[in-house]
Design a protein around this ligand. Structure first.
Ligand code: 13P
Length: 287
């Protein structure tokens, strides 16, 4: 059964580790993330962007697939199904479809509008027992055609949003989605510490987990980050493994073209990446 992300993040915050949010793109992705989490006895959050939701034939299809897998694969660790960077409309659609966690990304609105829209969702999610993530200060990079500049959030605005009663807060601290450019200055721990001081116990979310060096991840966790999002890194390992299989001509050997064979190396590569991240985040055996 899907659960809200609330309890797992409170446990993570108190235990000084982070729960990984791994974005899913299809059946292989979902199965790879769930099986790895179960093998490592780790809580996990499945992230679904609006674009990925559309690609997977809508939020109801995603909910059906995930719920089916939880039963058929005997998944017993805590699993939250979370909308990633949702619009207000997307958030409503996911709530109706059966998601157990929502991110409303109002970071591109003026703060008053971000507050108004987040407030409406706080009340709804509260009644339904769904966890809610809000964002202040847009995360850089490109995701589903939305380009952010990697701002550092204003700690006072973070407090205004945290005080609305959201479950967790994503604050921009110079992080970006996708690969980090060679001239990236690194995470702003100054901003993170200032946000933490304002928002107190609120579990913080670090987006753009791909390519952040291990020491920065550990420092971020020590400063209150309890959820870390990873998407691109699984895509890169899946693509590299699939490329290798085809370049070695394996799709032309026997029935190597069968999707169950063709996609197997990529599936194993996602599992390896998820394992590496869960070990780094410290969530192994925390289910
Ligand atoms: P990456 O694609 O950089 O790992 O970021 C994922 C993310 O933050 C999803 O919200």
């Amino acid at each position: 059964m899907l659960v809200t992300a609330k309890e797992m993040l409170i446990k993570a915050r108190d235990g000084k580790y982070a729960v990984g949010q791994f974005n899913i793109n299809n059946l292989e992705w979902t199965k790879a993330v769930l099986l790895t989490a179960q093998e490592l006895n780790s809580p996990v959050i499945l992230g679904v962007s609006e674009g990925a939701g559309k690609y997977m034939c809508g939020y109801r299809t995603v909910v059906g697939m995930v719920n089916g897998m939880l039963k058929e694969l005997n998944i017993t660790i805590p699993v939250a199904l979370h909308l990633d960077h949702g619009s207000f409309e997307g958030a409503k659609a996911c709530i109706n479809a059966g998601f157990s966690s929502i991110m409303f990304d109002g970071s591109h609105y003026p703060i008053a509008e971000n507050i108004a829209k987040t407030t409406a969702l706080v009340n709804t999610c509260d009644i339904l027992g769904i966890s809610l993530e809000a964002e202040v200060g847009s995360i850089g990079g490109e995701e589903d055609g939305v380009i952010g500049m990697g701002e550092c959030a204003d700690p006072t605005e973070c407090k205004m949003i945290a005080d609305l009663g959201v479950t967790m807060l994503a604050a921009g601290i110079g992080n970006i989605h996708g690969k980090y450019p060679a001239n990236w200055k690194g995470l702003s721990f100054e901003t993170l510490a200032a946000v933490k001081e304002k928002v107190g116990d609120m579990p913080l979310v670090l987006h753009g987990g791909t390519g952040i060096p291990a020491d920065m991840i550990k420092k971020a966790i020590s400063l209150g980050v309890a959820k870390i999002n990873v998407n691109t890194e699984c895509q890169l390992s899946f693509a590299a493994a699939t490329r290798k299989y085809i370049e070695e001509g394996k799709d032309n050997q026997g029935k190597g073209y069968d999707p169950r064979k063709l996609l197997a190396p990529g599936f194993e590569a996602i599992k390896a990446t998820v394992k590496e991240k869960m070990e780094l985040f410290g969530s192994v055996n925390k289910a």
